[in-house]
Ligand binder design. Structure first.
Ligand SMILES: Cc1cc2nc3c(=O)[nH]c(=O)nc-3n(C[C@H](O)[C@H](O)[C@H](O)COP(=O)(O)OP(=O)(O)OC[C@H]3O[C@@H](n4cnc5c(N)ncnc54)[C@H](O)[C@@H]3O)c2cc1C
Length: 391
């Protein structure tokens, strides 16, 4: 069964036409395309350009700035379809949610300067500089500083895992503007900047070779000067700005995981029905059927949670609980589907030409990034269930 043939809530939404068009676009980027890039650790420039030109990366940008002004469920439908078709939205998904920080907190002048060009693809906002080697998940302990002087800000420090930094024009950067011991709270004194990466000096980017092709990098700032109008919103409130984009990020990543799970399940079913061992299809064995069916059920349950989160987000209701649970459940469901898929394929699951091992590596990331499962459980325990903070 092809992923698009699977019944379910995603097919009852308003985005059937978008899904169909994205599916067609993805058809131009088959397994060979991704395999070649994977081997070279290359960036899927043609794929990202095709999505940009078709307007899919700017669906969340309001029409007045050149986007289509759709809700987050449209973005989720696009990213889910990209993954379900065997492509990889990780090359460009961040633009969809980091753009929201400019939209919500940028000045009218900043919005006018950046959003129309992001919508056309003239400017890429793909780099998101939050994580640092020394602080990891403990974001408020980050050490990168932005020092104000009469010409603007001077940035010093280091980021790690800044994905797509080499393929982006702009970076959304979180840096400390007030030393932690002078800030009223550790969550204060951090500021968000939009950095024109092509216009600065003192910026060094070093790619990190990872188990999957993710174009992730270390980024070093050495007396990097940025103009004063790089600051987004108010100085010192940047952590809050980053946090309020996180529900969107989690829901969109969750939608990608649902797409991955659909891809794996479709592959598993096709292979289980086709492959004959002991003169019968391997799919006739319950030992093969059950893990696939179980992963399918997990995916469907997670999909309902994603749907719930998307609906609440679009209705302007609080959705932290749903976005976090959706991200965790969808990442676990895609991993269960990946496990079942590689096992169903036996030795061929490890052969590059089947794409299973590639997708297997790619989907594993989402239990760690952009937020690890432990931190989601901590959030639920503390903020939803009312237990003491554990860290
Ligand atoms: C391929 C890739 C791409 C990425 N892209 C980006 C990007 O574009 N921009 C960006 O800013 N970041 C990015 N990240 C970083 C990502 O968000 C972090 O790796 C992730 O948040 C975990 O942080 P860490 O790696 O420092 O792990 P750590 O914080 O060191 O944690 C290690 C382990 O300890 C656990 N842990 C830590 N504290 C606790 C606690 N209190 N309770 C229970 N368990 C705990 C974590 O769950 C994790 O399993 C990317 C990471 C990867 C691998």
């Amino acid at each position: 069964m092809a992923p698009d043939m699977m019944p379910g809530p995603a097919e009852r939404d308003d985005h059937a036409e978008i899904r169909e068009q994205v599916r067609k676009l993805c058809g131009r980027f088959p397994g060979e395309y991704w395999r070649k890039l994977d081997a070279e650790r290359g960036y899927p420039t043609e794929f990202v350009s095709a999505l940009t030109e078709a307007g899919y990366l700017s669906v969340l940008i309001p029409e007045e700035y050149g986007g289509s002004g759709l809700g987050i469920s449209a973005a989720a439908a696009i990213l889910e379809t990209v993954q379900a078709e065997g492509c990889n939205g990780a090359a460009c998904h961040a633009q969809m949610y980091t753009m929201g920080t400019i939209l919500r907190h940028g000045s009218p002048e900043q919005k006018q300067r950046y959003l129309p060009k992001i919508a056309t693809g003239e400017l890429r906002l793909q780099a998101f500089g939050v994580t640092e080697p020394g602080s990891g998940t403990d974001t408020t302990s980050l050490r990168t500083t932005a020092r104000r002087d009469n010409q603007g800000y001077v940035v010093n420090g280091q980021k790690i895992w800044t994905s797509r930094a080499e393929h982006s024009d702009l970076m959304l950067l979180l840096a400390r503007t007030t030393p932690r011991d002078q800030a009223a709270k550790k969550t204060e004194g951090l500021s968000t900047f939009i950095v024109d990466m092509k216009a600065v000096t003192g910026l060094t980017i070093r790619p990190i070779r990872t188990m999957m092709n993710h174009n992730s990098c270390e980024v070093f700032f050495d007396e990097m000067r940025i103009p004063a109008d790089s600051l987004l919103g108010e100085e010192g409130r940047g952590f809050r700005y980053i946090l309020d984009g996180m529900n969107a990020e989690r829901l969109l990543i969750a939608a990608e995981c649902i797409g991955d799970a659909k891809w794996f399940t479709a592959k598993s079913v096709a292979y289980a029905n086709d492959r004959k061992v002991f003169n019968r299809p391997i799919g006739q064995n319950q030992g093969i059927q059950f893990p696939i069916a179980r992963a399918y059920a997990q995916m469907r349950a997670a999909e309902l949670m994603v749907q719930d989160g998307l609906e609440r987000f679009e209705a302007g209701l609080p959705c932290g609980e749903q976005a976090n649970m959706a991200k965790m459940l969808a990442a676990e469901a895609s991993w269960a589907a990946a496990e079942a898929c590689i096992q169903t394929h036996g030795g061929f699951g490890f052969a590059e030409e089947y794409d299973v091992e590639r997708k297997f590596r790619e989907t594993r990331l989402y239990q760690v990034a952009p937020i690890s499962t432990n931190l989601i459980l901590s959030y639920l325990a503390e903020h939803v269930l009312g237990m003491p903070r554990s860290y």
